[in-house]
Design a protein around this ligand. Structure first.
Ligand SMILES: *Cc1c(COP(=O)(O)O)cnc(C)c1O
Length: 416
């Protein structure tokens, strides 16, 4: 039996506990949705004020040089790169994850077309976050060269699918719905053994688990900054390309920010000789500037410590749900093995949507994903062991009293 006192004890021993004070969270809220929109770092407001008042308001156009706006995508990329095992100048912050997938997919297919044009199969998971599949479909329709998208139904099926026809594999490092975590190094090895290139979508793993892109011999990666990294709503995404591929092929969104000499204002496009060639046009400086605030908090600790607490918290959440909420029809869909578990817990319930709405009404904020999935995100920087206890007590109460059946929890909103 786990008790509240035990959770208090773990809080007292928690070496990351102090980091919570660097976030602004409303009183009385237990935020279990940092995997969808990270919480606001306190520093963000001062940063926004500086960017808007000083850099924009006072320094005006000078800020492209003076405040380093022009270099911001690479400077921030290098900071985030420290969290994912990148070398200097392999990472940029730019555009959206969806757009970045398009760019790296085009680059990867371009490399394969030069090396081995017979490869015409792209592999992804049916359970991918849909935008990944949509972007692949859009890219295939655009180039119209007989590429085929093969969807696998279970991560274990991957080895059977990879062969000499495979051009590119697109995988989520951690599945957004189930929280399944892939073994990055092992899969890279399988892909490379057959000559395939791999694109990792890190949206649910960057800032959630330790990642070593170079150590695991990865090719390309993309990912969000507004989830675990706490970059702010709609903050631009990251894009990482292994140094060996940076200049191997160009991406087709060849805007002037990716040009070797943008201010030559040349008629013809010449790509920059580095990761800047993955930039397209003028970047959203205000939003991008805030990304740094979240990353700065991560750089005060290390991803091993974050992972250790994340596993302690997800273990606790699983055990408490079983201990306190047995017999209410909840089914765990997140892997129990640490080696395959990300940093959120998903449980299925036939009234999952209504339960999530009832929890939110009590200040326990998680979210709902089709079909029937209650998703509870674990962000070790601002969650405590007693938070998990309280969240499960609230879940128990909602289930015991059948509060979820109240009419106000039945209406589907635009964003679930
Ligand atoms: C959140 C998420 C995205 C979002 O892409 P955007 O372009 O930022 O909307 C993409 N892929 C995965 C796996 C995600 O979890």
């Amino acid at each position: 039996m786990i008790t509240y006192e035990q959770c208090q004890q773990w809080d007292a021993e928690d070496k990351l506990a102090d980091l919570k004070s660097q976030f602004d969270l409303p009183e009385g809220v237990i935020y279990l949705d940092g995997n969808s929109l990270g919480a606001k770092p306190k520093q963000a407001l001062a940063c926004a004020q500086d960017v808007i008042n000083q850099q924009w308001g006072t320094d005006l156009i000078n800020s492209w040089n003076k405040a380093g706006w022009w270099d911001l995508p690479v400077r921030l990329g290098n900071k985030i790169g420290k969290l994912v095992g990148a070398r200097e100048n392999e990472t940029v912050v730019t555009d959206t994850t969806s757009m970045n997938l398009f760019k790296v997919l085009a680059a990867a297919i371009g490399i394969q077309q030069q090396q081995d044009p017979q490869r015409k199969v792209i592999i992804a998971e049916r359970d991918s976050f849909p935008t990944d599949l949509y972007m692949i479909q859009g890219f295939m329709a655009l180039i119209n060269q007989g590429y085929q998208l093969k969807l696998i139904d279970h991560p274990h099926a991957l080895p059977e699918y990879i062969n000499e026809q495979t051009a590119v594999i697109v995988l989520s490092h951690i599945n957004y719905r189930t929280g399944y975590l892939h073994d990055m190094a092992a899969i890279n090895q399988q892909a490379h053994a057959h000559g395939a290139l791999l694109i990792w979508d890190l949206c649910h793993s960057i800032g959630a688990v330790p990642i070593d892109l170079n150590g695991s011999n990865s090719d390309f990666a993309i990912g969000c900054t507004y989830k675990y990294l706490n970059g702010g709503p709609g903050a631009p995404a990251m894009l990482w390309v292994h140094s060996q591929y940076q200049t191997a092929f160009n991406q087709p969104l060849s805007g002037w920010w990716g040009h070797a000499k943008p201010f030559d204002m040349a008629v013809n496009y010449t790509p920059a000789n580095n990761v800047r060639r993955f930039l397209c046009g003028t970047q959203p400086i205000v939003s991008m500037s805030l990304v740094e605030c979240g990353v700065n908090i991560f750089l005060q600790t290390d991803m091993q410590a974050v992972r250790q607490k994340s596993l302690q918290l997800t273990d606790l959440l699983i055990k408490l749900i079983e201990q306190e909420c047995g017999g209410f029809g909840l089914t765990l869909i997140t892997p129990r093995e640490h080696s395959h578990r990300g940093s959120h817990i998903s449980v299925r319930h036939c009234h999952g949507y209504e339960i999530v709405q009832a929890l939110i009404a009590h200040g326990v904020i998680g979210d709902y994903r089709e079909p029937e999935v209650i998703r509870l995100g674990i962000t070790p920087l601002y969650l405590s062991f007693t938070d998990i206890w309280q969240a499960v007590q609230c879940l128990k109460q909602v289930l015991e009293t059948k509060q979820w059946a109240q009419p106000q929890f039945q209406t589907r909103r635009q964003v679930t």
